[in-house]
Design a protein. Sequence first.
Length: 154
Amino acid sequence: MKLLVFSDSHGNVANMEDAVRREEPDQVLHLGDVVRDADALRRRFPDLPMTRVRGNCDARSDVPEECLLERAGRRLLLMHGHTRFVKSGPGAAVAAAREARADVLLFGHTHDALCDLQGNLWILNPGAAGGLLFRSYGVVLLEADGVYCYTQPI
């Protein structure tokens, strides 16, 4: 299963559209800032499953701040990260992921792409799909033999 991960699109839906066409994912995960961009992407790809969480620039109360998903027998914790203060480091977010027994932690907010394996926990920040200088997204592959993550510049 291929999951395409976006965060911090900040109005740049075109970058996400291009990535969807290039990667042909099974599902899109949007980690907030800005949820309405995820809504626009959903309108363009109505058959593509999508899960969203809200970020610090999102006022929509109908979108959760965090979400624990189970896909292909793996647990993924999604968050924007601002409520876990990820700009000061991922420690609190990692602790939440370990408490949730997640296999993958996904967060944004910092606009800095990160892909790291700490023990049995993958940590992925896709960077900013709508960044001013650097734009990127993340990919999570849930395979029978394991989990694989990477970031990709746009």
